[in-house]
Design a protein. Structure first.
Length: 274
């Protein structure tokens, strides 16, 4: 009797287990572990902050930075085939030193704007074949040049302004006198042609030395056979007259050039005006 009761009890327990298993199977409970949290893309998406932005606002578009215009540049170039690509400045750095500001005997000569002067008329060493002895001054009135003859077929060449037709002097002479910051006294013939110059005549003492004096910073007086020809090699405040025929007979030079020449030639220097 007791054994029968025990058998029924075991049978009931197995039935209960079967019923529970059947019930769990019907529910389809997943026991698979969720591994999406290990996916870097999912992690980044869920942890990236989301900023509030109303739907009616268009997204802000990045604005391009304002473009600055290139700095305009203007250069003078040698017009040669070689320099068409790269170019070289026309002005010689040596000329900047030659024609800079000069302070001389209480006067201040302004710098010459040499870039506005034809390069041919700026001071330079050149080859020059001549029968004249070194140290001679030769004025070529056709080309507006003054040469200081040097040994070995060389010369220092200066640009000059010369007298108008009918007033120019030519021939051989000697530099018999030199003067720094000279006084200017127009000749009687010049005063008769230009009466407004009478105030500067010799009887009135001439024009005072200075930056506006027609003889400029230096004057070399040309004599012939011991007599003053009344023609001079001199400086001028009118730098634009160099290379042209503008003066009444005299040989004009840039003030910086006539100072250079003055220091190179002594009294008694022969001069030939062609």
């Amino acid at each position: 009797m007791q054994n029968k009761a025990l058998s029924l009890s075991r049978t009931s327990g197995l039935a209960a287990v079967l019923v529970a298993t059947t019930a769990l199977t019907g529910c389809q409970v997943p026991f698979v572990t969720d591994t999406t949290r290990m996916d870097p893309a999912v992690f980044a998406r869920e942890t990236t902050p989301v900023f509030y932005q109303p739907a009616y606002n268009e997204p802000v578009q990045p604005q391009p930075l304002p473009q600055k215009e290139a700095i305009p540049q203007k250069r003078q170039l040698y017009q040669t085939q070689f320099h068409q690509t790269y170019g070289m400045p026309v002005s010689n750095p040596v000329h900047r030193v030659m024609y800079e500001v000069i302070r001389d005997d209480g006067h201040t000569l302004p710098a010459i704007p040499y870039s506005r002067i034809d390069n041919r008329f700026l001071r330079q060493d050149v080859s020059y074949q001549t029968n004249e002895a070194p140290g001679t001054l030769v004025v070529d009135t056709r080309a507006n040049f003054l040469y200081l003859v040097q040994p070995g077929g060389k010369a220092i060449r200066y640009g000059v302004g010369l007298g108008k037709a009918g007033f120019a002097w030519s021939g051989r002479g000697v530099i018999q006198r030199k003067a720094k910051w000279p006084r200017w006294t127009p000749s009687g013939e010049m005063v008769s042609r230009q009466p407004e110059l009478r105030q500067f005549a010799a009887a009135s003492g001439g024009a005072d030395p200075g930056l506006n004096n027609p003889l400029g910073a230096r004057a070399l007086y040309i004599y012939k056979d011991g007599k003053d020809t009344l023609y001079r090699v001199h400086g001028t405040p009118d730098w634009q007259s160099v290379g042209r025929a503008t003066s009444s007979g005299c040989v004009r030079m840039l003030n910086q050039d006539v100072i250079d020449l003055f220091d190179r030639v002594p009294n008694g220097t022969p001069i030939l005006v062609l």
